[in-house]
Design a protein around this ligand. Structure first.
Ligand code: CKP
Ligand code: MG
Length: 312
């Protein structure tokens, strides 16, 4: 396994009409969750990715596991929970620029994950553990599990990659800041957006966000600065890697996960940090041009086409 991820994936409903969702009667049904968005992105690019989770023992849970498996991700560590349902969320499209997320995930099967869901032998054979700040917000047992998994990964020499993915509607600001900073201190690579960096460290300057991350023990921070691209900060070097401009953003949700998949794919291929960040930027820019969080993730062939177009 190249990358193992742990987290909740939900059924995603998107109204077929724009505007207030109360008037929507027809919805598209998809699946999304930061951790599977990343795992699917990596699998589509030919890497070996696995997903640890719990889903309800219900029709949605079964469809979701088939979907994620069909995208090439190992689902051998996904448990079916007989007592709790698969979580749902809705992406309300106000205007093409404005999206609102509504979760129905309280008490979901995934929120009942705990340390017992982590199989040490499975985890230790991977190169990278990817975690996000969403999982510890789901419940106390999820928080404990993520801390346990991060420590276990460190013990076995995996690279711990952490995307803070701040979700203010899941927990209080104080709790979020405290727990996310704790997780930064267990991580090797931290991938915040500039807004998340500001939330954690009180500064909008990518250089300062990067130095705060490094101070806490990580070896690299990559700060996503929206349509400007991403800044990477290591002990020896820091620079902005600009992204390609897109003519139309159809759906910005999932851009950060696309970035992460592209960036990790570059590192796994042995590219330089700069080249890996550029691949992350490119994948993020492709994702936002397609409706859905994973539907735009490119495969190798598509990535090649886009890469040569970006170089022209
Ligand atoms: O930060 P991103 O827009 O890349 O993340 C989007 C994902 O996991 C989305 O798929 C959703 O299911 C979630 O973040 C979440 O729980 O908010
Ligand atoms: Mg994000």
């Amino acid at each position: 396994m190249d990358v193992v991820t742990i987290g909740e994936t939900m059924v995603l409903f998107t109204p077929q009409s724009q505007g207030q969702m109360r008037y929507a009667t027809n919805f598209n049904r998809k699946f999304a969750g930061a951790e599977t968005n990343v795992a699917i992105g990596l699998a589509k690019l030919g890497h070996k990715a696995g997903w640890i989770s719990r889903v309800g023992n219900d029709e949605f849970g079964k469809a979701m596991v088939s979907f994620v498996k069909g995208e090439g991700v190992d689902v051998s560590q996904v448990q079916y929970d007989r007592e709790a349902p698969t979580g749902l969320f809705f992406k309300e499209i106000r205007t093409m620029q404005q999206f609102r997320i509504q979760y129905y995930r309280n008490g979901s099967a995934a929120s009942r994950m705990s340390k017992e869901d982590i199989n040490e032998n499975y985890l230790k054979q991977a190169k990278i553990l990817y975690i996000s700040g969403i999982t510890p917000a789901l419940s106390e047992s999820c928080y404990e599990m993520i801390v346990y998994a991060a420590k276990l990964a460190k013990k076995h020499g995996l690279t711990v990659v952490f995307d803070p993915n701040v979700r203010r509607n899941l927990w209080s600001e104080e709790k979020a800041r405290k727990v996310l900073l704790e997780l930064v201190s267990y991580s090797d690579i931290v991938l915040p957006s500039v807004e998340e960096g500001e939330f954690l460290f009180g500064t909008k300057e990518p250089e300062e966000i990067g130095s705060e991350v490094l101070k806490r023990g990580a070896s690299m921070a990559v700060i996503k600065v929206g349509s400007r691209g991403a800044w990477y900060v290591t002990k020896d070097k820091q620079e902005l890697v600009p992204t390609v401009q897109v003519s139309e953003v159809k759906d910005p949700v999932g851009a950060g996960d696309g970035f992460c998949a592209g960036f990790l794919s570059g590192l796994l291929d042995g590219l330089s940090v700069r080249e890996s960040v550029a691949r992350g930027n490119l994948v993020g820019s492709i994702v936002v041009q397609v409706d859905g969080d994973v539907e735009g993730l490119p495969d190798r062939e598509e990535l090649g086409l886009y890469t040569s177009a970006a170089e022209d």
